[in-house]
Design a protein around this ligand. Sequence first.
Ligand code: FES
Length: 98
Amino acid sequence: MPKITLHKNGEVHVGEVKDNTNLVVRAGIRQFPYPNLSYKCGMGKCATCRCRVISGGEHLPEPNWKEKKMLGEKIDEGYRLACQLWISHDIELSQDVD
Ligand code: FES
């Protein structure tokens, strides 16, 4: 099971999720990483769920057009939209203020 490590407001939250999990969908049903993951639309339109990938990003697919549109150059700094990701491998993310 993928292990998720989320850095948020100086704290570290760790949990395991099922294979092929969307973290925003999980938070929406109040399971880890709820309540620590910020999100709004769940549709790639607001960038509230923006995270910087610290490790494990090599397993993710290339950013989709919504991520490219919302994140622009931030993609080169390792940012992704959590609502657009289905996680199947361990990943470490930061939603700390940048
Ligand atoms: S929650 Fe709005 S872009 Fe991900």
